[in-house]
Design a binder for this molecule. Structure first.
Ligand code: NAD
Length: 461
């Protein structure tokens, strides 16, 4: 089939590459000329395991094209996927300007029936707005062309995006109840047939329910994380170990183990903005989602927990202090720095006068770009952040090590080397990678999240 992907970011590029891998001819459009140039030079602009080989393979086979040519992109695909960003507006609601711009372009240039698929995460009712935008363009040029808008939210996880796309738990598709909707359903069934060979993973529903499902899923996952983070604070106070609690709770099959890890908060391009957008959308209908307000508030607090612990240990004034930071990306196996906890931590440390040496296995370049924006008004503060080539290099003379991202390479480090390089053997572990008693035996002062320090006595409840 001929497919067009509008927006060649994380979701668009993975979707395009995977659909090409299954034999489709995919045209990936982006407005960012730099991104398209990188892709056409054989590189890829993001870090995603396995993606570079897949993109190269399908480009060479002539099934994957990258371009900024809007008219050609609309001509190409009978199915047009909209996979542009939906960043938060000033008030936290989803900004649909890129989605609607994509819809306008389709309406302006289409010359045959199109199935327009919202793959971006968009609030309930967005498909109506997309439909209206396309119809306005068609009406302006007195065209009677038909089209159908479908909601097909994406559930891939950065870092495991290809596996998630190729072997999805479910494929949610919301179609209109109309003749065009039936046509769209058939095309979508055909497109996803190779992904359903083992068993049918498609959940067919109406458009609004499909749009809602994506937000509900992310809100649920974020809720589990914030719930455990809030309990972690209490666990520390009363001398309970949140890791033991996690195992005890997760072993209940009604609850399960996923997304119950306490840590220094969630970030990324999805959870923070989707929780906010759902909560703000509800307000438009005079409904208050109290749970989601709390989820967001707990996470905002949690993202500052490492800074708070460091200040509690070393004092408010950090001007003669130096810290090592491991992990900058919002999670492992990605270079994505969007809403990453590391950004708040670095801000806190350098604003208090500290110097910091940082390392991340994949996000160094992205971090340099992001932090340059964050510190636009205070480049002097940013000059106190040193970017290192290895985790070991960050440690020399540091007062403590803070771990922000749970990369696998940080899980079994050389503790003797860490102890000998640090000025003080102090570790703030924002992802609970290590066991407190093992760390104490190894001579470390270890601060986890929701984990009592060995020998400490909890307060009575
Ligand atoms: P992204 O910022 O990585 O990519 C979006 C791309 O769209 C950019 O390259 C941008 O230049 C391009 N773009 C913007 N306007 C355009 C236009 N009019 N025409 C063509 N290209 C245009 O974003 P992303 O992370 O891929 O997210 C895309 C959507 O998918 C969002 O709604 C997001 O919430 C959702 N989503 C993301 C993930 C994820 O893990 N990143 C997972 C599931 C869903």
């Amino acid at each position: 089939m001929n497919i067009t992907i509008i927006g060649t970011g994380y979701v668009g590029l993975v979707t395009g590459a995977c659909l090409a891998e299954f034999g489709n001819h995919v045209f990936c459009l982006d407005v960012d000329q730099r991104k398209i140039d990188i892709l056409n030079s054989g590189e890829i602009p993001i870090h995603e395991p396995g993606l570079d080989e897949m993109v190269a393979r399908n480009r060479e086979a002539g099934r994957l094209t990258f371009s900024t040519d809007v008219a050609a992109s609309v001509q190409h695909g009978e199915i047009q996927f909209i996979a542009v960003g939906t960043p938060p507006d000033e008030d936290g609601s989803a900004d649909l300007q890129y989605v609607l711009a994509a819809a306008r372009n389709i309406g302006k240039h289409m010359t045959s029936f199109k199935v327009v698929v919202d793959k971006s995460t968009v609030p309930v009712g967005s498909a109506d707005k997309v439909r209206h935008e396309i119809q306005s363009q068609l009406s302006a040029r007195h065209s009677l062309l038909k089209f159908s808008v479908v909601s097909n939210p994406e559930f891939l996880k950065e870092g495991a995006a290809i596996e998630d796309f190729v072997r999805p738990d479910r494929i949610v598709i919301g179609c209109e109840d109309s003749r065009e909707g039936d046509q769209a359903r058939e095309l979508m069934r055909k497109l996803y047939a190779p992904f359903n060979r083992n068993h049918d993973r498609t959940l067919w529903m109406d458009v609004r329910s499909a749009e809602f499902t994506k937000y509900a899923a992310n809100a649920m996952l974020a809720t589990r994380i914030s719930f455990m983070n809030e309990l972690a604070g209490l666990a520390e106070t009363v001398g309970a170990d949140i890791e033991a609690v996690r195992r005890g709770v997760g072993s209940d099959p009604r609850i399960g183990y996923s997304f119950l890890y306490a840590g220094c908060g969630y970030g990324g391009s999805c959870f923070p903005k989707d929780v906010r957008a759902l909560e703000r959308a509800a307000r438009e209908y005079d409904q208050e989602l109290l749970i989601l307000r709390a989820v967001e508030a707990v996470n905002n607090k949690q993202k500052r927990i490492l800074g708070k612990k460091i200040v509690a240990r070393f004092g408010e004034n950090l001007s003669r202090r130096h810290f090592a930071v491991w992990g900058l990306a919002f999670k492992p196996n990605t270079d994505d720095m969007r809403e990453a906890t590391s950004r708040l931590l670095l801000h806190e440390l350098v604003q208090r006068g500290a110097t910091v040496a940082v390392y991340d296995p994949a996000a160094m370049e992205e971090a340099k770009r992001t932090l340059a924006q964050d510190f636009l008004d205070s480049p002097e503060a940013l000059s106190r952040v040193r970017f290192c080539d290895s985790p070991e290099e960050t440690l020399d003379g540091a007062d403590a090590l803070a771990i922000v991202t749970e990369w696998k390479t940080f899980r079994s480090p050389d503790f003797d080397q860490i102890r000998s390089k640090l000025r003080n053997p102090v570790i703030f572990d924002g992802r609970n990678l290590f066991e407190p008693d093992v760390m104490a035996e190894a001579g470390f002062e270890y601060h986890g999240i929701g984990r009592p320090m060995p020998g400490s006595q909890g307060a009575a409840l």
